[in-house]
Design a protein around this ligand. Structure first.
Ligand SMILES: [Ca+2]
Ligand SMILES: [Ca+2]
Length: 225
């Protein structure tokens, strides 16, 4: 049963959650409040519930869905607010990294913790975030196959080429050589960290998953009271 007729309007940060977030993130009190407001707006915006049977007489039913930012809203947010025009596989991976408990929606706390890395993460946090995204099967390694899949999706196919996958295979081979520091045939987090220290531009080698500096600044400025 919904707690009140307004549904998500009741979402607020409890004092305890607030204190935890204040400690765990780099956001100020005012920023956390602003982020909470944005969250409430996102989860109540129309078209939130993509699945069938969740809209009854124009009113979203809270019976079967957990409250949070769903995939559709997430994609729009990345697209419109942060200019991340990356393809679906990568957006899906980003969503999964944000939705830590695999609930199918990003709850308030996860949303704020994710944004902390996304907007103000340390180099180490950003490395971990990108690595998790690129490690498609979550086994702790980025393999050549995973690189192939990621690069295949980012590259525009040349129709004239006889074997369009050949270029992607070459590129995956090259990326593996660059990133596999200990030469065991796959990229561990350790490899990735070492290689990116050498060559910071490789951080997002397999597709954009972080906002530009400019987008960060402009989003953070909207949080100011
Ligand atoms: Ca993997
Ligand atoms: Ca390795």
């Amino acid at each position: 049963m919904p707690e009140d007729g307004g549904g998500a309007k009741g979402v607020t940060l409890t004092a305890k959650v607030f204190d935890t977030l204040k400690k765990r993130t780099k956001f100020s009190r005012a920023e956390l409040e602003a982020l909470c407001k944005i969250y409430c707006k996102l989860i109540t915006s129309p078209g939130q519930h993509a699945g069938p049977k969740t809209i009854i007489n124009g009113m979203p039913s809270t019976a079967q869905t957990i409250e949070g930012i769903d995939r559709i809203i997430f994609r729009e947010l990345m697209h419109n607010t942060f200019d991340i025009l990356t393809e679906d596989t990568l957006i899906e991976r980003m969503f999964c990294c944000w939705d830590r408990d695999s609930e199918g929606a990003i709850r308030l706390e996860a949303w704020i913790l994710g944004l902390d890395v996304f907007l103000r993460g340390t180099q180490r946090e950003k490395l971990e975030f990108c690595f998790r995204i690129y490690d498609l099967n979550n086994d702790g390694y980025i393999t050549k196959d995973e690189m192939f899949q990621l690069l295949k999706n980012c590259l525009i196919k040349q129709p004239s080429e006889e074997d369009p996958d050949e270029g992607v295979r070459d590129l995956s081979e090259l990326a593996l050589r660059k990133l596999d520091v200990d030469r065991d045939g796959k990229v561990s987090f350790q490899d990735y960290e070492t290689a990116i220290k050498e060559e910071p531009l490789l951080l997002e080698a397999f597709g954009q998953c972080l906002p530009t500096e400019e987008n960060c600044v402009s989003f953070l400025s909207t949080l100011q009271p």
